[in-house]
Design a protein around this ligand. Sequence first.
Ligand code: Q46
Ligand code: ZN
Ligand code: ZN
Length: 364
Amino acid sequence: MKCRKCGSEAVINMRQHKLALCGEHFLEWVPEQTQRFIEKYKMFTPDERILVAVSGGKDSLSLWNVLLRLGYKADGMYIGLGIEGGVDYSNQSHEMCDKFLSNIKSQISNFKFQTSNSQLPQEGNSEIHDLKSEIGNRKSEINWQPTLRVVDIAKVYGETIPDVAARTTRGRGKPCSVCGLIKRHVMNRVARDGGYDVLATGHNLDDEVAVLFGNTLTWNSGYLLRQAPVLPADKPGLARKVKPFCRFYERETAAYALVRGIEYIYDECPFAEGSTSIAHKEILNQMEKDSPGVKLQFYLNFLRAREQGLFAEHAERVELNACEKCGQPTSAPGLCAFCRLWERRHRDTATTLLSKGTDVITNQ
Ligand code: Q46
Ligand code: ZN
Ligand code: ZN
């Protein structure tokens, strides 16, 4: 298979686009497409500050890489869940995020050194050449020094995610429901307290289509209405949520990480095993094999239908209140689900820590 742009050996063939590309052109294509999606869905502008939720996996680290390369002011946020799962999952994924940060920073400083000396990129130093060609004229924004904000759940609240899950009835024995609730809350809070305009996650097309498939099987119009590449902030002070990779297949984000040389954690969270969304992904992959592009079409046609208001009139209208304790939006008056989760355990300590913002460690 040959690259459509230069005729050399292709590293990836994207059947749904009828497009095969070599490594060099694929590394150009991914940021170009990302920029196109950012503009098409009006995700953010170069002036806005972005917080990228990173898990140490290929999608989120590739996203952070691409946004920095495009010249955006993107910081990372890692949430330590305290999941061991026989593979030291949380520690390993944290390590990958730290490694990513130090690698990207050395690339940026190399690039600055090159430009400030008005030298051409050294032959063979493709990293520097890539940074130069992709960032183009946005030289001032190369000065953005990314930071990684880390929140360790066990250190702040005294319990790991599996510990919390074990003492609640939420999620019927699986920690995912508790985990999702805690992650959403912490992400919102760090974005709000850090003054970020946008919260970006690395969800890819396969993730989005699996969720869509599940919600379509049950015709959950409330969830269908809330599934989109951009979710506006629920309340003043909260960040908008965006998914700049929502149109890339999982194999494309994996290929980007591999070709770009980004180290990431290969293991999935041990609790993901046996989940409905993984089962749905398998079914969808079988369908994609038989008719390339079916996943993308399913998603794009859904977005079009949603845009045309197909689910709007069926959605329940939920009045949102501000939680009495943390101020985040909640459907019931009083405390939000997150604050109720910790209520009995430590009434005062978490509030003190949270109000002072002392739980966020920033790596620079
Ligand atoms: S991290 Fe958390 Fe996922 Fe692990 S415990 Fe479940 S929700 S599977 S994305
Ligand atoms: Zn090529
Ligand atoms: Zn609350």
